[in-house]
Write a protein that binds this ligand. Structure first.
Ligand SMILES: [Zn+2]
Length: 178
């Protein structure tokens, strides 16, 4: 508990998990495992807000999408979902022992909600990757070379006849200067 008071959730989680190896059915430890797991996931997702924005409007209706950063965020989302899944496993075990605990049911609700939110956000990001080549083609309008949407910074813009154009950020910027 001392560890938890210091907000050191990852090591608190480890201590509780080790405790569960010795006392597998301890309700108190199961609850703490779920709680610390949730806090670890929560801390990880607040860290995501310090990431640079993966989609930025850059003026004149153009949007810049940072593919490498988006891929990195998707990886981070997966880590958080895995941590939440472990917390949920502990909660499910608790519910078997104590199916009527309001506190536990409510907490399971929090975890589910958080997971749904992450699923929705990662789905949006994945859709951006998978739809981009269909909507804007696989080639940069500037240099005519291929675009790798999940590793490069790409600019999207509507053409005057309202097709979606894609550019490498560098190609877009050098055209804008001329
Ligand atoms: Zn290019």
């Amino acid at each position: 508990m001392q560890e938890a008071q210091n907000s050191n959730f990852p090591s608190a989680l480890e201590i509780v998990t080790n405790g569960l190896d010795a006392h597998p059915a301890s309700e108190g430890l199961l609850f703490l495992k779920a709680y610390f797991g949730y806090k670890v996931a929560d801390t990880m997702s607040s860290e995501l807000t310090t990431y640079p924005r993966v989609i930025q409007p850059i003026g004149n209706g153009a949007l810049m999408i940072d593919g490498a950063m988006t891929s990195k965020m998707l990886g981070k989302f997966q880590e958080i979902v895995n941590t939440l899944s472990e917390a949920e496993e502990a909660i499910n075990e608790l519910l078997q022992v104590n199916p009527k605990s309001d506190k536990v049911v409510e907490f399971k609700g929090y975890i589910d909600q958080k997971r749904q939110q992450l699923d929705k956000e990662s789905e949006t990001m994945r859709a951006t990757f998978s739809k981009s080549p269909q909507l804007a083609g696989s080639f940069c309008l500037g240099c005519q070379k291929s675009i790798s949407y999940d590793t490069q910074k790409v600019v999207f813009r509507r053409s005057s006849d309202s097709r979606l154009e894609a550019w490498h950020i560098g190609c877009f910027q050098s055209t804008a200067k001329n």
